[in-house]
Design a protein around this ligand. Structure first.
Ligand code: NOJ
Length: 736
């Protein structure tokens, strides 16, 4: 906790002036569901409107635009007794209007500077447009690709996830929250939302203390240490208690143990949802449980505003609990400079110049190409030549200008992404003949949050045209994958292969022309067994945002050498899920010596992923020397240094993510077979060799063990170095 004395004094002074009602008002957040720039609304919204004017609202979400925010802010500041400014929140998840790769894709860059920069640009744009608070980053670890929100996080690993979480917080919040171009970040969803059973969104999470502490919480803790201003709790229950009403999580761990001084916002309606969970009998009880558990602000469940006063009067909630929540909220508002200038984030001029600028789009293109992962490249099919060839682009995503924008697209302009076809044409000009056939449809019906995506299953109407084009072409780029509305909130699936008729289309084209490069666009790991077996090149491009097509063309034609690595394992079959590289060994890890079935496996599929965590190819070829370790013994206060030489044996310059994993062989609780503990993305010129070194210290080996404390345990360790979690070289040392 690092409090600013000056701000604390101001907070206390203001708090003393506030009535109980005004305090409760600060804990109330409403959705902006009417045109704030228009006349006063009717009905339900009229009540909200009046409450805004009387200081009964502390925050609004989804009111966006310098003008709209100014109007709403005016209502609060100019009419309420104390003129306390509102804080305006919005889901700026991967860009505001300039759209960056979906967070999972961006995480594949393993490039912390690029990730920080993308958050910084998003903050710059949104802060010009009224927004001072984003509900990001989502730092939920997830091991199950069926979960639609896997696209919104950094994947399956707590170490990588923590580094990326911090980069995002730093990018959003900058060095000074009141500089006008930075916004408050929000680590979400606290906690275990990514562990929803079977990947079904909002489902129960049932994890033990050890998984909670060692896997789920580290990215949150990293955000707190980085000074994140807010935390959002979660929809799920954990251990039988909804996260929103969970005192152990919010008060004991977050606020007491970690010293978090910002505030906790509920997820949308999650206080009221504790009734459906079967934890609260009504809003009154839900409010009591949530506030006492440490939820400071109520997003849209209307519970706090309608019950906290009575709860305080009845002695069920201490006024000091309310004061604590309000203090936290006011603190963030002061830090954002909102008291000094409530309109700091409503700069009409800056909104014109800073949003969707050429400069921001260029940054988005660079981050996008860094996020691309080359999964397969045989017969040197890639990179493609910029002249003399006939290129076919086939598939429902080939000329899609909307799907690359992803489902958390903030203020993106619909259909504004550079499509793959456009990107290729921009790249090759007139020298190459590029033709497009859609082949089959992607999805139909309305594509947004309100409706299920309706896949076009039987649509084969375009096959004939696509086949004809494939016959005439030298290379076929198949643009396949998911509609962006297949991932995101409420978008869980039981199948994760290529949807609709796409697989059939691919097989038909493959019969005609084997020179296929699959360009995948998707928000979750997909099962790609047939593709891996039959197609020479596969390029994972996720949903890359505004500059998608240009970024992909940069990679396809070798202007950018792919350097991304998977932040999640790609399964062979949906039945393997949850699947993750840092699994436990079990008591029966190995094939039975007499060939019997009694070992931990599937009888119809391998245990291993198709593409492991950390995997990704390059147009360069990186050779690893035998790594060295400074000593085979490490004392508790000492360290070991691990070094490896990485040579670029290819013909082009490239970047490699060198990865370091450990295994703690025996623990008071069992330890994973591998745990990432370091990585470095190094640029290595063709023919050059670079030495990469890592240092392991006590804290790198520490975990929450059987006695609940975070410490390293003496014993033997394995340490692995390599370019992905599977292909590694092993060494050993002992901690004494
Ligand atoms: C619900 C989502 O779970 C959360 O992540 C988001 O920030 C809120 N809705 C607000 O849109």
């Amino acid at each position: 906790m690092n409090l600013d004395i000056d701000i604390e004094k101001k907070v206390e002074k203001l708090l003393k002036k506030m009535t109980l009602e005004e305090k409760i008002g600060q804990m109330n957040q409403y959705n902006g569901s009417w045109d704030v720039t228009g006349p006063a609304p009717d009905g339900n919204n009229r009540e909200k409107y009046d409450q805004l004017k009387s200081g009964m609202v502390g925050s609004m979400l989804n009111v966006v635009g310098a003008n709209a925010v100014r109007e709403a802010q005016k209502l609060a500041v100019e009419n309420s007794r104390l003129g306390i400014p509102l804080i305006f929140g919005y889901d700026v998840i991967h860009g505001f209007q300039t759209i960056f790769p979906v967070p999972l894709g961006e995480s594949a860059s393993w490039d912390l500077e690029a990730i920080e920069l993308s958050a910084k640009v998003a903050a710059k744009e949104s802060s010009a447009s009224g927004i001072s608070w984003t509900f990001a980053p989502m730092v939920d670890i997830n091991r199950d690709a069926r979960w639609g929100r896997v696209m919104e996080g950094a994947g399956e690993d707590p170490y990588l996830g923590s580094k990326i979480a911090v980069a995002r917080v730093n990018g959003f919040q900058g060095n000074d929250l009141s500089d006008g171009e930075s916004i408050a970040a929000c680590a979400k969803h606290f906690a275990a939302y990514g562990f929803a059973e079977s990947g079904r969104d909002y489902n129960t999470a049932d994890v033990g203390e050890h998984t909670l502490r060692n896997v789920i919480l580290p990215p949150f803790k990293a955000c707190i240490d980085a000074g994140v201003a807010t935390v959002m709790n979660a929809f799920n229950e954990i251990g039988g208690i909804p996260a929103t009403g969970n005192k152990y999580l919010q008060r004991d761990i977050l606020k007491e143990e970690w010293g978090f001084d910002g505030f906790v916002i509920s997820d949308w309606g999650s206080i009221g949802e504790m009734i459906a969970h079967g934890y609260s009998k009504d809003c009154m009880q839900a409010s009591e449980q949530a506030v006492n558990a440490g939820s400071d602000m109520d997003m849209e469940s209307y519970c706090y505003i309608n019950s906290l006063k009575q709860l305080v009067e009845e002695g069920k909630v201490e006024e000091s609990t309310i004061d604590d929540a309000v203090r936290r909220i006011l603190r963030v508002k002061y830090k954002l400079g909102l008291f000094e200038n409530p309109y700091l984030y409503c700069d009409l001029e800056r909104e014109k110049t800073d949003v969707y600028s050429k400069e921001n789009l260029e940054i988005a293109r660079d981050v996008a190409r860094k996020s691309i992962v080359l999964l397969k490249n045989e017969m040197d099919i890639l990179p493609l030549k910029k002249s003399g060839k006939k290129i076919a682009v086939i598939g429902p995503l080939g000329n899609h200008k909307d799907a690359p924008l992803g489902s958390w697209r903030a203020k993106a302009i619909e259909n504004s992404a550079v499509s793959l076809l456009e990107g290729i044409k921009n790249k090759v000009g007139e020298d190459v003949e590029v033709k497009y056939a859609q082949g089959c449809g992607l999805s139909q019906g309305k594509r947004n949050f309100l409706f299920e995506v309706d896949l076009i299953e039987e649509d084969k109407s375009g096959f004939a045209e696509a086949k004809k084009l494939a016959v005439e072409s030298d290379v076929v780029i198949m643009a396949l994958g998911e509609d962006c509305w297949q991932t995101g909130e409420g978008r869980s699936q039981t199948e994760i292969g290529l949807p609709g008729s796409q697989m059939d289309l691919l097989k038909e084209i493959h019969k005609i022309n084997k020179n296929i490069v699959i360009v995948l666009m998707n928000g979750r790991p997909l099962t790609l067994n047939w593709e891996e077996e039959n197609v020479p090149a596969i390029v994972e491009t996720w949903q890359l945002g505004s500059e998608a097509g240009n970024a992909i063309a940069d990679v396809l034609f070798g202007d950018y050498n792919p350097s991304g690595k998977l932040p999640v394992s790609f399964p062979r079959a949906v039945g393997q899920l949850p699947l993750y590289y840092n699994y436990k060994n079990t008591g029966r890890p190995d094939k039975h010596p007499e060939g019997m079935v009694f070992w931990s496996h599937f009888t119809d599929e391998e245990n291993t992923p198709l593409y492991p965590f950390g995997y990704g190819l390059s147009y360069s070829k990186f050779d690893y020397s035998k790594p060295t370790i400074s000593s085979n013994n490490m004392s508790m206060n000492g360290s070991v240094k691990i070094s490896v030489e990485v040579s670029n044996k290819g013909a082009v310059d490239g970047a490699e993510v060198v990865q370091l994993y450990i295994r703690d062989l025996i623990g008071t609780i069992t330890r994973p077979v591998k745990e990432l503990k370091g990585f470095e993305k190094v640029q290595i010129k063709a023919g050059e060799t670079k030495t990469v070194s890592f240092e392991l210290k006590q804290e790198d080996l520490a975990f929450y063990g059987a006695d609940g404390t975070f410490k390293a345990e003496e014993g033997d360790f394995e340490v692995f170095v390599g370019g992905n979690s599977r292909d590694v070289q092993k060494m050993t040392f002992s901690l004494k």
